[in-house]
Structure formats: structure tokens, C-alpha cells
Design a protein around this ligand. Structure first.
Ligand SMILES: [Zn+2]
Length: 173
């Protein structure tokens, strides 16, 4: 990890996603989230990843729009996660996805060890995680895995995952 100034680190650690924006846009976001989930389910049952890619791109585009950062191209890679192995042959250092400041977001769709489809929660967490790196680059000027970063991920991830199927409920104003 590159050395960053304390000032930059503190800014990255303090920043939060605007929860009012999340609440206002929740009904539309929940709909897009459900499409990601159902297209992942279809892919797990033997479909191609094309629909999952479309739904995931729509979801991250929506996040970019509501949080006022440029749209970012997403690539879903239908391959096993790049990884290393330790001296006993165990998988180490898996790469779930990546986000280049001047490039695409990439998310790997298959497990490192056996190349099996990645479970939904892992896939969706990686998707949100990489988008938050994009948000950080654009809105905050840099990105690092600090607790503020994980708070930003969880503000989106948990809200979606915990919504279950009651995601059409009305938010109180
Ligand atoms: Zn990361």
C-alpha cells in the first residue's frame, strides 16, 4: 500500500455516503438490486453471465448517478479468481475484483480453488466494494481500506442484503 498523508487518510476515513440520498433513492435502488440478485440466480442455474453483467452495470450506474460521480464500465470476468498458493498448496491471496482509477471495474465470477460460481453475497459484496473504490477515487481523490471505506461499502451492501423481499416498503419521510 502506498504511503498516504495523514490528512488524506483522515479524509478517507471520515467520509460517509449521504444516507439521505440512499433513502430517497431506495425504491429504485431496491428494484435494481433485485434484478442483480435474480440474474445471478439465473446464471447459477446455467445461464450466461450477460444478463448479470447488464443488471450489475445498471446497479453501479445508478449508484454513480445518485452519488454524483462519473459512470464506470464494469467487466464481469467468467474465470476463477487469480490467486496464489502457499507451501501446502492452499489457496492464498485471492483477487475478488479490482477497480482501476483510469480503467474498468472487474469482478471475477468463479472461486479460486475449483472455478465454481461465486455465491451471491460474495459476488454482490465485491461489486459494491469495487464501486466504492471508484467513488473514493472520484469524490475523495484516493482510496484505501480504512474503516470509513468499509462503512461506505456496508451502507449500500447491508441495506440491500437485509432488505430481503420486502424492498418495496415505503420509507418514512
Ligand atoms: Zn479493495
Amino acid at each position: 500500500m502506498a504511503l498516504r498523508s495523514k490528512k488524506v487518510y483522515n479524509r478517507l476515513n471520515r467520509a460517509r455516503l449521504d444516507s439521505a440520498a440512499l433513502s430517497i433513492h431506495w425504491p429504485a435502488m431496491a428494484q435494481l438490486y433485485r434484478e442483480v440478485r435474480s440474474s445471478h440466480e439465473a446464471w447459477m442455474k446455467g445461464g450466461t453471465p450477460a444478463k448479470l453483467a447488464t443488471a450489475s452495470q445498471a446497479f453501479t450506474d445508478f449508484l454513480s448517478e445518485i452519488f454524483l460521480v462519473p459512470l464506470k464500465t464494469l467487466s464481469l470476468v467468467d474465470k476463477a479468481r487469480p490467486h496464489g498458493r502457499d507451501e501446502k498448496g492452499r489457496v492464498r491471496g485471492e483477487l475478488y475484483g479490482s477497480c482501476a482509477n483510469y480503467g474498468n471495474i472487474r469482478v471475477y465470477l468463479r472461486t479460486a480453488a475449483r472455478g465454481q460460481p461465486t455465491a451471491f453475497k460474495t459476488f454482490f459484496n465485491t461489486l459494491v466494494h469495487e464501486w466504492v473504490h471508484h467513488y473514493d477515487f472520484e469524490a475523495l481523490g484516493d482510496t484505501v481500506h480504512c474503516s470509513g471505506f468499509y462503512d461506505r461499502v456496508n451502507a449500500i451492501y447491508k441495506r440491500c442484503i437485509e432488505s430481503k423481499d420486502e424492498s418495496c416498503r415505503n420509507e418514512r419521510s
